[in-house]
Design a protein around this ligand. Structure first.
Ligand SMILES: *[C@@H]1O[C@H](CO)[C@@H](O)[C@H](O)[C@H]1NC(C)=O
Ligand SMILES: *[C@@H]1O[C@H](CO)[C@@H](O)[C@H](O)[C@H]1NC(C)=O
Ligand SMILES: *[C@@H]1O[C@H](CO)[C@@H](O)[C@H](O)[C@H]1NC(C)=O
Length: 501
């Protein structure tokens, strides 16, 4: 059910760049550099804007109406200690609990131990003997196309997922079209599972921890995962804790019946940075320590499924500030080219993975770049305003889309993941390419149907997408559900027992 192709003429300078590109005479990179330069300027504004968004408050007990924000705002919202009423109505200091609608309040850090019920044991047997997913490890899931499929999508309904924050509930925030929820990704060389079987997935997670580590896009994906597994969790036996202690920022879904957790861990650069502090950071002045990862990574030890990402916080300048080897404070830094710093970080990360992950127990994934859609000329819509007026994916597009995605960083991450796998210890890392598929999804960002400073945008703000549209994060249900379907396919296509590497 494809939509007509979008190949209306490009405008102005970009038209020139594109036609040069198309003619194939002049080196592609001349056009590319030109275009990237213009996109970069926009990037900068976009990210600075997003990072000035202030924090909302989080949902409190018994309420599903909550909030999160963008980039820094979102981070703050995660970091911000939320006071809640625990047992006996006493405020808990460092962490909060978001309960399901019917849930009991509890502020425990760990799900209590629970014996598998008979039914659950039976399910486990069924799971072990068949009905597993069978997506070949060798099938490249990044190549394919979006197919309109309103029979099976969305995979859940926005208003039935009790843990979604107001940042991503686009319909509730006034978005009228819902076509963006109804696209299935069809890989070229194999099929993805049609549905996300929450029980099957939770059986695999029984007694285990799944953790997303990274920036607000990874949290976007965490929110999606929580919604996808929710049908397998009984009301009252699922709850989310948010807390902030020192430099830790974490959100955890506890699934009591499975003694399992689905967690998000805030580390926007993976390594240590001055942006790890919930209260004192600034994206303009962000500084990283590319070789220092231990402070975060000690919290990742022993997790069964680790899903990393890091990208958006790198994007507003071409250089990155890195603390000098001898530096004692965040002020003693050098500026190095972004991709160079990125490689150093990935190197540090890969070394940590090799030295600390037991491949017999833990599966490691690295999510690729989540693209931005802030320049509609790039997909041939000169009347567009960022991503605000888009209601369908890019279809029938020939050639590359020049969205400003940093493919050098993409490749560096892909290479780092490969390198981990190729060393003697052979800790396998699955690099999950979501970039290519997501580049087509100009229609699926939160745009003006999101929050700012903790509140849903006002009608006046919504009428001004040039200023307020968020074309970084994604509505839910939506694109991150498909990212999670890729994880689901990879995880369930492997034997439940320890994998042979
Ligand atoms: C799916 O979309 C088609 C075409 O737009 C429409 O005719 C049909 O009623 C839709 N089905 C559902 C279940 O929404
Ligand atoms: C619950 O899960 C943890 C790991 O997250 C594990 O150490 C513990 O043994 C599990 N408990 C039961 C009763 O399965
Ligand atoms: C890939 O990673 C390895 C190890 O970090 C590095 O030596 C190599 O130069 C990288 N290759 C590319 C093309 O980035």
């Amino acid at each position: 059910m494809g939509l007509p192709g979008r190949r209306s003429p490009l405008l102005g300078a970009r038209r020139a760049a594109a036609s040069i590109r198309r003619s194939g005479r002049l080196p592609v990179y001349v056009a590319g550099v030109f275009f990237v330069a213009s996109v970069l300027l926009m990037f900068r504004d976009e990210i600075l804007y997003l990072t000035t968004a202030r924090s909302p408050s989080f949902p409190t007990t018994g309420s599903s109406a909550g909030a999160g924000v963008l980039a820094r705002g979102q981070e703050e919202s995660i970091n911000k200690p939320v006071v809640l009423r625990g047992h006996g109505g006493k405020p808990e200091k460092h962490h909060s609990v978001t309960e399901g609608h019917h849930g009991k309040v509890g502020a425990k850090r760990r799900a209590p131990k629970k014996k598998a019920t008979k039914a659950a044991r039976k399910r486990a047997i069924v799971t072990a003997t068949g009905a597993e997913v069978n997506v070949p490890e060798t099938c490249d899931l990044s190549k394919g196309k979006w197919v309109f499929d309103n029979a099976t999508y969305p995979l859940y309904r926005e208003d039935s997922c009790e843990f979604l924050t107001a940042q991503v509930t686009c319909t509730r925030n006034g978005r009228r079209d819902d076509g963006y929820q109804k696209w299935r990704w069809q890989p070229r060389h194999c099929d993805l599972p049609r549905a996300f079987d929450a029980r099957l997935f939770m059986e695999r997670l029984r007694g285990k921890r799944l953790m997303f580590v990274g920036d607000s896009l990874n949290r976007n994906q965490w929110e999606s995962m929580v919604c996808l597994v929710q049908p397998a969790l009984s009301p009252g036996k699922r709850y989310v804790t948010w807390w902030s202690e020192g430099e830790e920022q974490r959100v955890v879904l506890h699934a009591w019946e499975y003694n399992a957790t689905v967690e998000f861990y805030w580390a926007p650069f993976l390594v240590e940075s001055n942006s790890d502090d919930p209260k004192a950071h600034s994206i303009r002045d962000r500084v990283i320590k590319p070789e220092a990862i231990a402070a975060h990574a000690s919290d990742w030890v022993g997790v069964d499924y680790l899903v990393f990402n890091t990208y958006i916080w790198w994007m507003n300048t071409l250089n990155m500030k890195v603390v000098r080897p001898t530096g004692k404070t965040w002020d003693e830094y050098d500026e190095v080219p972004r991709v160079e710093a990125y490689r150093r970080v990935l190197d540090t990360w890969a070394t940590w993975v090799n030295d600390n992950v037991d491949p017999a127990r833990t599966s490691v994934f690295f999510m690729s770049v989540s693209p931005l859609h802030i320049s509609p000329e790039a997909w041939g819509n000169p009347d567009g305003v960022r991503c605000a007026k888009e209601t369908a994916p890019v279809q029938n597009w020939r050639g590359p889309l020049w969205l400003g995605t940093d493919w050098d960083m993409f490749r560096a991450a892909a290479n780092a993941s490969r390198t981990v796998s190729a060393t003697a210890r052979r800790v396998p890392v699955t690099f999950v390419d979501v970039t290519t598929m997501s580049e087509f999804r100009k229609d699926a960002h939160t745009s003006v149907h999101t929050i700012r400073q903790g509140r849903v945008l006002t009608p006046e703000q919504q009428a001004d997408p040039a200023t307020y549209a968020d074309c970084i994060h994604w509505c839910l249900p939506g694109v991150p559900d498909v990212w999670n379907l890729l994880l689901y396919a990879r995880i369930l296509s492997r034997p439940a027992a320890e994998r042979v590497v």
